[in-house]
Design a protein around this ligand. Structure first.
Ligand SMILES: Cc1cc2nc3c(=O)[nH]c(=O)nc-3n(C[C@H](O)[C@H](O)[C@H](O)COP(=O)(O)OP(=O)(O)OC[C@H]3O[C@@H](n4cnc5c(N)ncnc54)[C@H](O)[C@@H]3O)c2cc1C
Length: 385
């Protein structure tokens, strides 16, 4: 039996954005800036605790594995990824300043913990410099080891109240926000249609899919390209450290197995140990805590950071999304001219997501986006006819 779903009046919106996380908000704010006001944002929870509500910092650099990614996907892909991320960070900083939200810029450090990683860091530094992105090598944290080099990217990190930023952004687009779970999208020559679980339907010229892993349900072709994974943040108290801990914000080490930042002078968060999980936590879309990950972070803090009298305070389990080729997916969906999408930022999604959302708004407003290289677009997965 065919069920007829009531259409919400005769309105045909210019754009429907699905999702109100960093990507959806980045897109919505940019649409407004372009003077495109005939849009709505549909998200499935009214006061949703988006992933970003737990985020502790906003990093402009998807810092992991730059040598591998540039070798495999080319410098243009990496440059585009970084430019979009940097754009997101700059826009968030501007937005915070405009709304009186404190945001402090700080450095990102990448610490080598083995000879092999040290060599990789040297190469990575050359790549960043060849792309004109600030990067230098320093001798910090070199105690007791010749296998330590630190790659530093100044001003690439924003420490702020991420939750506050996201909530303020939602207020700015409040009159466009609708609370529904989208269960189906369809496109025709004339328009696109969005259907919701509570039997509503909305029509628009363009649909922007900014709903994270939910994209794979609405666009099944993307299902095997999006890889959910588990990770966890662990908070520790410590007594002494061999260096001035207040100096640094964020460190990546052991190929980003560990990322950490100081919460105050006496406590720090360490995220990582994800490869210590059963089945490596890959493919799981349900966050759960793992004691081996906690142990790995604890021993990292003791062995590499030389922090003493560590006390575990709490842990947060999380889920995030990577892609099958480790590059985000941003741009028009192939074979679906009314659908744009963006997701797959693997842990750096606040800045990359915000930037990706603005890039989609560029495409909608002017048909082009200077930062967005072809290599990041969904078309890279299109099979030849
Ligand atoms: C605990 C934790 C800590 C993190 N820390 C950091 C950090 O410190 N710095 C950093 O840069 N990144 C961090 N990340 C990663 C970052 O939060 C994500 O990469 C980013 O939020 C992704 O943004 P997004 O807008 O693409 O997706 P999401 O934030 O997941 O937003 C998806 C949106 O889609 C909506 N939605 C989903 N399905 C549907 C549907 N069917 N119908 C309607 N709406 C739907 C959801 O309600 C939500 O509004 C962290 C992630 C976690 C989990």
């Amino acid at each position: 039996m065919q069920v007829s779903i009531p259409h919400q009046g005769n309105t045909i919106y210019d754009v429907i954005v699905i999702g109100s996380g960093a990507t959806g908000l980045g897109c919505a704010l940019s649409l407004k800036r372009f003077g495109i006001n005939n849009f709505i944002v549909i998200a499935d929870q009214e006061n949703n605790l988006d992933l970003s509500s737990h985020a502790k910092f906003i990093s402009a650099l998807p810092i992991e594995n730059s040598t591998r990614l540039t070798q495999r996907n080319g410098h243009d892909a990496w440059k585009s990824y970084l430019e979009i991320s940097k754009r997101g960070l700059d826009e968030i900083l501007k937005f915070s300043n405009k709304n009186g939200i404190a945001a402090i810029k700080g450095p990102i450090h990448r610490l080598s913990t083995s000879r092999h990683e040290c060599d990789e860091i040297y190469k990575s530094n050359q790549i960043w410099q060849s792309l004109g992105i600030p990067s230098k090598l320093e001798n910090k944290f070199l105690y007791n080891s010749s296998n330590r080099t630190v790659q530093v990217h100044d001003d690439c990190l924003l420490r702020s109240n991420v939750h506050h930023i996201m909530e303020t952004a939602k207020l700015e687009i409040f009159e466009h926000l609708h609370c529904h779970e989208v269960v189906q999208i369809e496109t025709s020559k004339e328009f696109a249609t969005v259907r919701t679980k509570d039997n509503k339907s909305f029509k628009s010229e363009i649909i922007v899919l900014a709903n994270g892993l939910g994209i794979s349900k609405l666009m099944p072709e993307m299902g095997d390209k999006l890889i959910p994974y588990q990770d966890q943040w662990n908070k520790f108290k410590f007594n002494t450290s061999p260096f001035e801990i207040g100096d640094w914000f964020l460190i990546f080490a052991q190929y980003s197995l560990f990322t950490l930042f100081n919460d105050s002078n006496e406590s720090l968060w360490i995220c990582g140990g994800r490869f210590k999980r059963k089945f490596e936590g890959i493919g799981s879309s349900t966050p759960s805590l793992c004691s081996r990950s906690l142990q790995a972070c604890h021993s990292f803090a003791q062995k590499f950071l030389k922090l003493e009298k560590l006390e575990h305070l709490c842990s947060i389990a999380l889920n995030d999304i990577n892609t099958c080729d480790e590059l985000p997916i941003i741009g028009p969906m192939y074979g679906q001219e009314r659908i744009l999408l963006a997701t797959g930022y693997a842990g750096a999604g606040i800045a990359v997501g915000f930037g990706a959302g603005s890039c989609l708004a560029d495409l909608i407003a002017s048909g082009k986006c200077l930062q967005l290289d072809q290599s990041l677009q969904p078309s890279r997965f299109q099979l030849p006819d």
